[in-house]
Design a protein around this ligand. Structure first.
Ligand code: S3P
Length: 183
């Protein structure tokens, strides 16, 4: 919920749709702030020793969602001074939203359908977008998820007209202010 404050560990959490640049921004922030990067998709792949595509193909989305929640819960408590980059569907489960908000300041990287489509076209790593009409799929998923991102986020950043450096700088400065009010 944008505009609310609370005590949390000093983590920066990035949420948002596939293709908005969460991983790139997370890596930039990690360099500039000296924070570790944790990427929930990568952690699932490492733990499972297979790709997200394989997990979706063999066991389906629900099993992937279970794995996603387990990974997220494993981070609780022991994680501080990290940038946590999350999969675009992590907000589907309401309990994940609560966990994410308990772990740090949550930034929603938002983008329009055109830029998302531009960024994901040609990339075969996103099973949910392997459809006949990816634009329509993106539009539908975005309208389902926007209220969930909104509910989870402390800050919303419209990324369409900003460079990676501009986005990273904005997040770093906002997070500094946020953390300075924490004990
Ligand atoms: C998903 C997003 C992906 C990955 C999986 C499902 C989603 O992560 O978790 O393919 O439901 O939006 P990215 O947002 O990093 O692409």
């Amino acid at each position: 919920m944008i505009g609310t404050t609370r005590q949390t560990p000093k983590n920066i959490i990035l949420i948002g749709f596939m293709g908005v640049g969460k991983s790139t921004i997370a890596n930039g922030l990690s360099k500039s702030l000296g924070f570790d990067v944790l990427d929930t998709d990568k952690m699932i792949e490492d733990r499972q020793s297979r790709s997200i595509n394989e997990i979706f193909a063999n066991e389906g989305e629900q099993t992937f969602r279970e794995m996603e929640s387990v990974i997220l819960n494993d981070l609780v408590g022991g994680t501080d001074h990290s940038v946590i980059s999350t999969g675009g569907g992590i907000v589907i489960r309401e309990e994940n939203i609560k966990v994410l908000r308990s772990m740090g300041v949550v930034f929603w990287l938002d983008a329009g359908v055109d830029s998302i489509l531009d960024r994901v076209t040609g990339n075969r790593d996103r099973p949910l977008l392997r459809t006949e009409d990816p634009r329509e799929t993106i539009q539908n998923l975005l309208s389902e998820r926007e209220p969930l991102y909104e509910n989870c986020a402390d800050e919303r950043i419209q990324t369409d007209d900003l460079s990676v450096d501009e986005i990273s700088y904005g997040i770093a400065e906002t997070a500094r202010v946020w953390f300075s009010t924490q004990s």
